[in-house]
Each structure stands twice: as structure tokens, then as C-alpha cells.
Write a protein of this length. Sequence first.
Length: 65
Amino acid sequence: MPASGERSRPVGTSAGEQAALKCVYMAIMSLDPTGEGRKRWVTRWKAALNAFAVTFDGRLTPTTR
């Protein structure tokens, strides 16, 4: 449990949205649990994220690493 005043998730996201994205991510990762085909799945993940961006216009924020 986070300390008083701390948030456990970013502002503007609901637990349901995070759960849905986690389910999609876990489904994609379960297709290749060894990680050997990771580059191939990353390119497919970008297409899925683009579809989410269109569907949930303005609700997904870009992140950089």
C-alpha cells in the first residue's frame, strides 16, 4: 500500500484500463515466453498500441525510455 499522498498508478488512468492493458500484454508475451521472437512481437505490439490510441483517443499518453 502506498504511503499517504502517493499514488500507485499514474493520474488519469483507472484500474480497469491498466488491467485491460496488462491482459493484452500478458497474452502477447504468452505467445513467446522464451523471448526469442521478441523483436517480431515488439513490432506487432506497436500496431496494437496504435489501435488503442485510435480507440481511446486522448486517454493514452506516450512514454519514452
